[in-house]
Every structure is written in C-alpha cells, then in structure tokens.
Design a protein. Structure first.
Length: 69
C-alpha cells in the first residue's frame, strides 16, 4: 500500500500567474515544481573518485591514440 502525503504552499497571485505560464499542458503544479527544481540543482562536480577519473582520462588518451590524434 502506498500513502501519498500532500502539502499546501502559499504563493502570491503574481507568482501563481508566472507558474501558470511556465506550466506545460497536462502538467500538474507538482510536476512543474519538480522540473524547475531539477533544472536549478547544481551539477555535482567531482562526482568521480580519483581512480575513476584517471580511468576515464586513460580511456580518452587510448581512444585518441587509436585515431592518431
């Protein structure tokens, strides 16, 4: 069984009008806000460990060498 919780967020009429303009057809306000938040989250720079990063660099070097670059 899945229970869905909900919350109420108060916004001004001006903010709601802007959100309505940004909202896609058939998109709920929850989906709109999730999309906007996802677009604003910073990229996790340095997500690879040093070992993973070096392996990726080595793969790029090998690929370039195989094409004579």
């Amino acid at each position: 069984m899945c229970i869905h919780m909900s919350s109420t967020i108060r916004v001004s009429e001006e903010t709601k009008a802007i959100l309505s303009e940004l909202k896609r057809p058939e998109e709920t306000y929850d989906e709109l806000l999730s999309r906007l938040v996802a677009e604003e989250r910073p990229v996790n720079v340095g997500a690879w460990s040093e070992t993973e990063a070096e392996a990726a660099r080595a793969a790029v070097r090998e690929s370039r060498e195989s094409f004579g670059r």
